[in-house]
Design a protein around this ligand. Structure first.
Ligand code: ADP
Ligand code: ASP
Ligand code: MG
Length: 406
């Protein structure tokens, strides 16, 4: 039995017309002799509405009940999708996370998949059905409903592909594949036929929202082959594969942009051992991850400045925690900026090659765009710039690295 998991994102199930179209992709596969297993997201915008309605702070708010509400988006689309498949003459049945079951940890809103016993799914397949699974949701071993975090239905799909040892996991979305950068921002972005797991993971982790980074990490761990493609028509997308199987060698594969960054600067702290540790310890204790740390060179007055970035959602808590270190660090001033973005150039071919960063700095310098912070690893370089420069900076970098489509 050749199983292929087919996951449809929010835009692919945004209304009945889109669902009809997505269902055609499933029917084509079924007629080709494949056993499709469908995973769906909520209709576009529905999860935002469900969670937005909960923003009103209720006394004694129970995050587990938030998950019960958030999970209804996928329940609705799974039911409709199954009905549409039945309308096309196929045998289909919906399955919620608890029916599969997708067993998770009990961390509400950010649960991790622990195990997916394959028996129920295999039974459904053996009965000739197409299971239509509600993504994004799971159940604890105590029977409570959980969700996996925003964009989490990608994780559901890859985990189900792993448990069923599927031939492939197809991720259907609103663009034809993974591009050199977000094609909705840079019109000259080029579709990639293939990309390595490592590059896809780096791009996703630094803000290219095409795939959830945890889905790619799972695919690496369990050897799941992923294809990213459009549900709008029947044509191949981008294959994520092992670097050794890739045909073309390129220095830079793609550029990602994250608008979820906030910059924090602590000015005039004592330049002595232990100060930086005193700042970052409370953040680590609060599970706040910090990126792009820059410390100025020591000045004669024995003071220095430290700048770093955190996720926008964590900014208020970060500032409050740093205020509390004032007695220990004696800083002069604490400032922050939400209007920044992080641009990251990613490529396996960058490792050990000189001049790659310089190209980035020159391209931005020529446009008069100031770089506020830099961080780099073997296969990526990130810079922080003002948000207003997003489009110009991305376009310039895309051209500078020769990625523009011809
Ligand atoms: P879905 O609802 O199907 O999960 P998402 O909105 O999560 O879809 O992801 C698709 C979007 O990812 C595209 O519409 C595009 O704007 C964005 N994106 C960001 N970076 C890239 C990239 N490198 N290639 C393709 N799309 C990208
Ligand atoms: N519906 C969920 C969200 O909007 C999960 C997903 O779409 O992947 O975050
Ligand atoms: Mg998504």
């Amino acid at each position: 039995m050749e199983i292929i998991v087919k996951k449809f994102g929010g835009t692919s199930v945004s209304d009945l017309d889109h669902i009809q179209n997505a269902a055609l992709r499933v029917k084509e596969a079924f007629e080709d002799g494949v056993r499709p297993v469908v995973v769906v997201s909520a209709m576009a915008g529905v999860t935002d509405q469900l969670l937005g309605g909960l923003k009103v702070k209720t006394l004694g708010a129970d995050l587990r009940e938030n998950d019960v509400v958030a999970a209804t988006g996928e329940q609705m689309s799974a039911g409709i999708f199954a009905l549409v498949l039945q309308g096309l003459g196929l045998k289909a049945r919906s399955m919620m996370g608890w029916q599969v079951p997708v067993i998770t940890s009990d961390r509400a809103g950010a649960a991790e998949i622990r195990e997916i016993p394959p028996e129920n799914l295999l039974k459904s397949l053996k009965a000739g059905e197409i299971p239509v699974i509600a993504g994004f949701q799971g159940v604890t071993d105590q029977g409570r409903i959980t969700t996996l975090g925003r964009g989490g239905s990608d994780i559901s799909a890859v985990a189900i592909a792993a448990t069923l040892k599927a031939k492939r996991c197809d991720i259907y979305t609103d663009v034809p594949g993974i591009y050199t950068t977000d094609p909705n921002i840079v019109s000259k972005a080029r579709k990639l036929d293939s990309i390595s797991y490592q590059e896809a993971l780096e791009l996703a982790a630094v803000g290219a929202k095409i795939l959830h980074p945890r889905a790619i990490a799972l695919a690496v761990r369990f050897g799941v082959t992923i294809q990213v493609l459009t549900s709008y028509e029947n044509r191949p997308g981008t294959m994520i594969m092992n670097a050794k199987d890739m045909k073309d060698e390129r220095i830079v594969s793609g550029i990602a942009c994250s608008d979820n960054e906030a910059k924090v600067s602590i000015l005039g702290i004592r330049d002595e051992p232990g100060t930086v540790a005193a700042i970052f310890k409370p953040l680590a204790d609060a599970d706040i991850s910090v990126d792009m740390i820059v410390q100025d060179v020591s000045k004669e007055d024995g003071l220095t400045d430290v700048t770093f970035t955190v996720d926008k959602d964590n900014l208020d808590q970060t500032l409050a925690l740093i205020e509390k270190t004032k007695a220990a660090t004696d800083f002069e001033n604490l400032v922050s900026d939400r209007n920044v973005i992080k641009l990251t150039v990613v490529g396996l071919g960058m490792a050990g090659r000189a001049g790659v960063a310089q190209k980035m700095f020159t391209a931005l310098g020529e446009l008069g765009i100031n770089i506020q912070a830099i961080s780099a690893s073997d296969i990526k370089i990130s810079v922080l710039v003002k948000e207003v420069h997003q489009k110009d900076a991305l376009k310039a970098l895309h051209s500078a690295y020769g990625l523009d489509k011809r």
